[in-house]
Write a protein that binds this ligand. Structure first.
Ligand SMILES: N[C@@H](CCC(=O)N[C@@H](CS)C(=O)NCC(=O)O)C(=O)O
Length: 346
């Protein structure tokens, strides 16, 4: 028996009719505290790192990068303006407490979604935007081919990252010894390899690939192919504000759905006259979706127009033809063998 027929059985007349009517109303979209605060302030505050390709200011001081583009997409969803967003660098150690204390509305800084961060620390995560894994960047002259060969090595790890526990687990599991050097500052972390203070660095593999390009002699170092962990990197928000979390979720999904539909920054306008009901709903030509969720019905259209689809964001910042030259790998669409997937826009 469903909830409505149960209500009918136990309540009579007008009371039942009123309750049933209320149960069938769509959920009213009311503003949560984060969105209220953002609207009052006029800008979204985003905590980021400083890795080229992912988040880095250009020569004019304007932030660029893979995660930065999702911040701009969020600003489009909220303000229809990709510039109403303020990016601030914060170390991995500092950024979760800073999010908790309200200094940021969101972290787009390569935060790994873990159960400890969800339950013990009370954070919520949006969709995984980048599937990564922990790697090892080692001095070539050590002649090592895999992690286990680093027996007795000194390894740098950034404090406050998942890397700390992962590397300890790895050596415990393999029964080998290592000396950890825990470093908070990102510049010191990279320098530790340059100066020979450590034999290797461990961190998300994409971050290491980017940091390798910043070393004095990148060719003296190699990123081992092995991955020590799963690092699903996702937007992180404070727990307890469902509305803000859903805005983050559907902003990311809009970029994925666009790629799946073949909609790009350049061709999006040509889709406005499509007869396909899925495309009409997605782009807000049919406004019913936007009305139901309390957002501009054309929010997905504006996002694609401003930053492009997921694949464009990936390729522009870290893909083929960029310094990082990453393959899509797991970050390919599910229709092409990857893990990137959007729930339906309906
Ligand atoms: N994913 C790991 C590591 C996070 C992390 O350190 N991310 C990199 C970027 S992917 C970073 O912030 N590096 C330091 C920086 O960019 O300043 C975690 O959540 O603990």
């Amino acid at each position: 028996m469903n909830a409505i027929s149960l209500m009918r059985r136990h309540l009579k007349g007008a009371a039942a009719a009123a309750l049933i009517a209320a149960a069938m109303l769509p959920m009213a979209a009311h503003a949560g505290p984060t969105l209220d605060k953002i609207k009052e302030r006029g800008v979204i505050k985003v905590g980021v790192g400083t890795t080229p390709g992912f988040f880095t200011p250009d020569s004019n001081g304007r932030w660029q990068g893979f995660f930065v583009d999702f911040g701009r997409a969020l600003a489009v969803t909220v303000f229809d303006d990709p510039d109403k967003v303020e990016f601030t660098n914060s170390s991995p150690q500092q950024r979760l407490p800073a999010l908790q204390s309200g200094e940021f509305d969101i972290l787009l800084s390569g935060v790994t979604e873990t159960i400890t961060r969800a339950f013990k620390l009370g954070f919520h995560f949006g969709p995984v935007v980048f599937y990564d894994g922990q790697g090892l960047l080692v001095r070539k002259d050590l002649g090592v081919a895999k992690g286990e060969d680093l027996d007795g090595a000194t390894i740098g790890v950034q404090s406050g990252t998942t890397g700390e526990l992962n590397i300890a687990d790895f050596f415990r599991k393999t029964g080998k010894k290592f000396t950890p050097v825990t470093i908070e500052e990102t510049s010191e972390f990279t320098k530790a390899l340059d100066t020979g203070r450590v034999d290797a660095l461990t961190q998300d593999s994409t971050d290491l690939a980017a940091k390798r390009t910043q070393l004095k002699s990148p060719d003296d170092y190699v990123l081992l192919p092995e991955r020590l962990s799963k690092e699903p990197l996702a937007p992180a928000v404070r727990g307890g504000d469902d509305q803000w979390l859903e805005i983050v979720n559907w902003t990311v999904f809009a970029t994925v759905q666009a790629e799946e539909l073949g909609i790009t920054k350049d061709n999006v306008d040509s889709f406005l006259t499509s007869d396909d009901p899925t495309i009409k709903r997605f782009l807000g030509v049919d406004p019913s979706l936007g009305e139901a969720i309390g957002l501009d019905p054309k929010f997905a259209y504006h996002i694609i127009k401003a930053v492009g689809n997921y694949g464009e964001i990936f390729e522009r910042n870290v893909g083929k033809g960029t310094t990082l030259n990453f393959d899509r790998g797991y970050n390919q669409l599910w229709t092409k063998g990857g893990l990137i997937y959007s729930p339906p826009f309906r």
